[in-house]
Design a protein around this ligand. Structure first.
Ligand code: NAP
Length: 463
């Protein structure tokens, strides 16, 4: 039961209010204290409602600690910094809380843990109170340490627009950005936000993991299992660097092509339908949305390929084969002639790889929010589209030149399987061919018209 005998006369303190009426906070736990500290810093008067008003030494300096009933009487806005499981005690203040703004900041442990959101549950316990969901995506640590750059957005929702506006005002004065999500129905979604684990990264990570596993097994069969079965050779050491350094560029190239493929498919669909005003299939929508993440994973794999390639000369295997060829020449007393066409191929292959990697890095840098915010839409499109395709062309050419005569040399086809890099070229080449067709002027003009809102009229039914 609440004890109101130690009621502190609030009036003299309220007169010193620097910014609006006092804000109440139920609960003196981690979040209540952090939010109270921030509110005090921003000039608010903060009054805590606690089960034990005299107990805590951790209360921010300058805040009052009273009973819940006193806070409910004296504050129009009260932040409920208490876990949902303890909300039932609030029903004893149902009359005092009528017309007050109650801010629900609570989170759950699991996505969709309860049938209704915590905010809706609070509203059902306290009919007449104006419940607003807010601040649940901001952490206590970020509030206290001031490290709010990454999470300045405060999603909020509520049924009463005046109540919502007053919470938005507080949010702005704390230096945060309120984002109105609508009525209290949106609370469930807002409560799920902090529990989501990299939602946009999930699909790209699955695609990347699937490709990595597939190409690892493929290379294992060709490079380790086949020599072991047919020639009794133990090439298992190749797993660590040779196979890894084959998988990284292959997956990187395929992922880079997958960044551009959905845009081409979308253009083909628009051409076929003759309009841009119809929805793409769901899978294509999801794919279009995760292109940046696919590109960043592709860049990370490309980066690993560059590092693995640099360490090649210090490998035992590499040095052994160099010495072997040297000894062969000494033994046979002849020098292998300098093959300038081979030198051309090898230099071209390296140069294309370096250039491709450079443009790939440029693409990655321009996708950073701080950089993309500094360029206009046309500049951003130029980099992401034109330079993106140039990167794809360079990386595909790098792989083609690497292949050289291996494409036709049957010793590279173990158990009739083509080398892994041949498979890696299928999607990039298909993307480049599709792009080439779509930029043919008559097709390109039609796509541009459709994207500007032109619609192909439905054919009149013939009599
Ligand atoms: P906490 O440290 O456990 O504090 C909860 C407070 O609730 C306690 O200090 C206590 O305050 C009060 N309380 C506990 N049992 C009670 C009961 N049976 N009846 C009435 N009051 C009771 O938790 P917290 O981390 O501050 O989190 C509070 C709320 O903020 C939660 O809903 C949480 O999901 C949300 N939140 C937390 C964070 C965060 O970073 N921590 C971030 C976003 C949202 P008194 O002893 O003063 O009564």
């Amino acid at each position: 039961m609440e004890d109101s005998s130690n009621c502190i006369p609030l009036q003299p303190q309220l007169e010193s209010t620097k910014r609006g009426p006092p804000v109440g906070i139920f609960g003196t736990g981690d979040f209540g204290r952090s939010l109270g500290y921030k509110l005090l810093q921003c000039g608010y008067i903060v009054i805590y409602g606690s089960r034990n008003p005299n107990a805590s030494d951790l209360i921010p300096k300058g805040a009052l600690v009273l009973s819940h009933a006193e806070v409910a009487k004296n504050c129009d806005t009260i932040i409920v910094a208490i876990h949902r499981e303890h909300y039932t005690f609030l029903t004893s203040f149902v009359d005092i809380l009528k017309g007050k703004v109650l801010v629900d900041v609570s989170n759950n442990l699991k996505i969709n843990q309860y049938p209704e959101s915590n905010a809706q549950h609070l509203a059902s316990l306290l009919p007449g109170a104006n419940v607003v969901k807010a601040f649940n995506t901001v952490s206590a640590w970020a509030l206290q340490s001031g490290a709010l750059d990454a999470s300045k957005q405060v999603f909020l929702c509520g049924d009463d627009s005046k109540a919502k506006e007053s919470v938005m005002e507080i949010t702005r004065s704390l230096g945060l950005t309120p984002l109105d999500q609508g009525t209290l129905l949106a609370a469930k979604e807002i409560e799920n936000y902090p529990l989501q684990l990299f939602p946009i990264w999930r699909l790209p990570c699955y695609i990347c993991a699937g490709l990595t596993i597939f190409f690892f097994l493929y290379c294992l069969v060709i490079k380790v299992i086949e020599p072991s079965v047919t020639k009794k050779e133990d090439n298992s050491y190749m797993i660590m660097i040779s196979i890894a350094n084959e998988i990284f560029p292959i997956v990187s190239l395929v992922l880079l092509a997958l960044v551009y493929l959905p845009g081409l498919l979308a253009a083909i669909i628009q051409l076929y339908r003759g309009t841009k005003y119809s929805r793409f299939p769901d899978w294509l929508d999801k794919w279009l949305l995760c292109r940046k993440q696919l590109g960043l994973i592709a860049l990370a794999y490309g980066f690993l390929h560059a590092i693995y390639t640099l360490v090649m000369p210090i490998r035992y295997d590499y040095r052994w084969w160099s010495n072997y060829y040297l000894k062969e020449q000494i033994k046979s007393n002849r020098t292998y002639p300098f093959d300038s066409s081979h030198a051309w191929l090898s230099d071209s292959y390296v140069a294309l790889g370096i250039l491709g990697f450079f443009f790939f890095l440029l693409l990655g840098i321009t996708s950073l929010p701080s950089v993309s915010n500094a360029v206009n839409w046309r500049e951003f499109r130029f980099v992401q589209s034109k330079l993106g395709y140039l990167t794809l062309v360079l990386c595909t050419a790098h792989t083609l030149v690497y292949g050289g005569n291996r494409f036709i040399c049957c010793t590279f086809y173990r158990w009739h399987l083509p080398p892994a890099f041949v498979l890696s070229l299928i999607i990039p080449c298909a993307v480049l061919v599709m792009k080439f067709i779509l930029v043919i002027p008559c097709i390109d003009q039609r796509i541009t018209k459709i994207r500007q809102g032109w619609e192909q009229k439905a054919k009149e039914p013939s009599c």
